[in-house]
Design a protein. Structure first.
Length: 115
């Protein structure tokens, strides 16, 4: 299993960024995918999740209405579109999948929101 995130960067408050996670090594279309984030000095937290077919999604309360998770099963890729970014969204963002009871993580991508 391999997960490779991309798309992070530095953005001003109120701006937007889009993250991508390219997956390989497993049947991507079978599995729920998740985005997590970890800010300095804080625990890793779930940001958003999407079921295998993409019909259902869930979000942390702190990002509802601002972030959108989506997936393209033909491209084995999951996305996170982040709008109206706030300084408190600053974190390393990780892609995650649980395959047969094991959690797999990407290397993470840094998102920094300046005020």
């Amino acid at each position: 299993v391999q997960l490779v995130e991309s798309g992070g960067g530095l953005v001003q408050a109120g701006g937007s960024l889009g993250l991508s996670c390219a997956a390989s090594g497993f049947m991507f279309s079978w599995y729920r995918m998740r985005w997590y984030r970890q800010a300095p000095g804080k625990e890793r937290e779930l940001v958003a999740g999407i079921v295998s077919g993409g019909a259902n999604t869930n979000y942390a309360d702190s990002v509802k209405g601002r972030f959108t998770i989506s997936r393209d099963n033909a491209k084995n890729t999951v996305y996170l579109q982040m709008n109206s970014l706030k300084p408190e969204d600053t974190a390393v963002y990780y892609c995650n999948v649980n395959v047969r009871g094991l959690d797999y993580w990407g290397q993470g991508t840094q998102v920094t929101v300046s005020s």
